[in-house]
Design a protein around this ligand. Sequence first.
Ligand code: SGN
Ligand code: CA
Length: 675
Amino acid sequence: MRILFVAAALLAATALSGQAPRALSGSRPNIVFVFSDDHACNAIGAYGSSFGATPNLDRLAAAGVRFDRNYCGNALCGPSRATILTGLHSHANGFCRNGTVFDGAQTTFPKLLQRVGYQTALVGKWHLESDPTGFDHWLVLPDQGQYWNPDFLGKDGKVRFEGHATDVTTRLAIEWLERRDPDKPFVLMCQHKAPHRNWLPAASEFGLFRGRDLPEPATLFDDHQGRIAARGATEMEIARHMTLHYDLMVPPTASERPSLSDLDRAFDAQRARMTEAQRAAWDAAFAEEDAAFRREDPQGKERVRWLFQRYLKNYLRCTAGVDRSVGELLAWLDRHPDVKKNTLVVYASDQGFFLGEHGYYDKRWMDEECFRMPLLMQWPGVLGKGQAVTHLTQNIDFAPTFLDLAGVPVPTTMHGTSLVPLLEHRDVAWRDAVYYHYYESQATHRVPAMYGVRTATHKLVRYYEPSVDAWELFDLVADPDERRNLAGDPAHAELLASLQRRLTELRAQYRDDTGELGGGQFPLTAGIARAVRDGEGWRVWANALGGLLLQAGERAAATTFTTSLRSLAARPLRNGFVVLRGADGSQVRAGVEFGARKLVVLLPGKGGRVEAPIAWDGAAAVGLEVAVDPLAGTLVAKAAGVQVDAKLPPGFGKIAAFGYGASNSETWFGDLVVR
Ligand code: SGN
Ligand code: CA
C-alpha cells in the first residue's frame, strides 16, 4: 500500500511540475517556519499587493508554492497558534481567546517530531501563556512582547536584547541554526511580533514610502449599511478608534497631555523603552511629518486619510522588516547548500488584518481580509516553482503536513489534513468548505462571537450571542468586498438553508458544541464558550479569565442566592462563582476555587479578595450560599461549612444583574435559587 502510494506520488510530481521526482511523505525535511503576527495577504506582493516592499516573500513564492485560499479557524493570535501546534480547532484545544493558558500537556506536532529525532526550536512571539512544551530550545517574548529592546523568556529566565524585535528574533533564529546538531533534522519556528499593533518599525525601514501616498481601499469610508448593526458598533475604525499617540506615535502636545486616554498614555512607555539614539533616530524620521500634520490640522475625511497613511506606512514598514528577516534566513540557507537542499521554508501569519478596508484595522471578523492567512512554501528542487494552490486549506492542516513530511502518522484526532497531496499536485478529493469560530466577544474591539462556513463561492456567518443574534450571508463572487448581507433576502432562502445545513454538518464533524449560550436565558454573556442545560443545572465553559452569564433583575432588598457547583475539566484555573453586578456596574464574585480548595469573594480593585480554606474531596458538588444585603453593603458567602464575610463596593447600590461565572474552566452549576 505504502509503495503504491509513493509510486503514484512520484508519477504525479514528475508529470505536473517537471521537477526531479521525490516523494514528500516521510522525506524528513528540515522545516524553517517563519511566522509573523497580523500579516495580511493584501500586504504581500506575491498575493497581488501593489505596495511593494516584500521582495523576499515574493521570491519565496516564485520559487515555490502559494496557497491562495488558506484560512485560520479563529482570527486571533493565541488561538491560531494553538491550532497550528495541535491541528485542532479552538474548542478542541481549549485555547479559544487570548489570555487563556494553553494546556501544554496536549499532543502537538513539535512533540511528535521530537520523538522521531527532530530537533525543535522556537524563537519570538508565543502568546500562549504557559511555557512552551515540545521544544529543545525556546526563547520567547513574554505575552505580546515589545518592539524595542525586547525581553525574552527562556528556560533560564529573562534576558533583554538591544535592538528591534524583528532583528533580534532573526538573529536568535540564525544563532540557533549555527549551533544546532548538524546530524539531525530540525524544525525552527521563527515567530515575529511584527507587524502587530502598535506598528513600530525598525530604523532600517523608516525611509520606506516617504513622500508618497499609498492607494486607499475602496471601502475606507464604508458606512457598514447592508450588514448586521454590530459592524458599526465595533471599536476598530481608523476614524474613531485609532489613537494618535499610541498607535501612530505622534507626540502629544502640552494641551493634549492632561486628557490622554489610557492607551495614549502608553506612548511614553513605548518611547521610554528606546535608547537615546533610537529615540533620536525616530524623531529625526518623523518630526517633519508630525509638524506638518499639526500645522495643517486636517479634519473630517482628510484627517482619516492622514491617519490611514501613517498607519499603513508604519504597518508596511514592519512587514518590510519581516520580509528582510525572510531574506536573511534564505541567505543563510544559500550559504549552507547542504542544509538548503533538504529544507522546506514556510511563511505564514497567524491571521490577516484589515488595512483600512471597511474603515477598519485589526481582525476577528470572518471577512476575507483577516480570516485569510498567507501561506507560502518553498523547497527548491522538490516543490514546483511559482505554483498556486486554490484548494480551501486551513491552519488545522499545518501540523498534519509537518508530521506527514516527517513520516509520522497523523493522529486521527487531529482536525486537519496533510497538504502533501496538494504539494504533489495529486488529484485528491478535498474539502469543499472551511469552518470558523471566533469567541473573544465583549473584549477589546468589541466584535461579537460567531461561527461560520466558507465555501469556494459563499460565506455564511452565525452571530450567536443574545445581544447579537443574527446571520450574514455573502456571495463572494458577485460581492467580493462582502457588503451585501443576503441572509434576509427571500431570493436566497434556499442558498441560506443549504449553507446552514453545511454549517451544522461541519460543527458535527469537528464536534464543536461550543457557541450555545443558554438559549437566551442569560442575556448578558462575556467570555463563555458554552452554557448548556445539564440535568438540574448548567454546564458552563468559561474560556476567559472572568467569564460570566447574567440575567438582569433589580433587587434592592436583602437576597440570598443558592446553588451547587462542581469542576468539570482539568483546566488550569478551576472555579465557579455566583456573580453579582451592582447598579454602578461593579462586579462581585463569590464562589469556590476548586484547585486551591478555597471559598473566595472577589471584589473590584486591587486586593479585593476575602477567602477561607474549605475541606473538599475534589469531586463532589459543593453547596454555595451567597447572602447579599445591598442596603447594609454586606455579603456573606458559605460553602462546605465555612463562611466568608465581605463588604460590597461603595457604589454598588442595588443588585442590577446576577448569574454564574468562572475563569478559564468548565464548571457545572445547579439551578440558581434566588430568595
Ligand atoms: C492587543 C491589541 C489589540 C489586538 C489584540 C489581539 N491592542 O490587545 O489591538 O486586537 O492585542 O491581537 S494593543 O494596544 O495591545 O496593541 S493578537 O494578534 O495578539 O491576537
Ligand atoms: Ca495576530
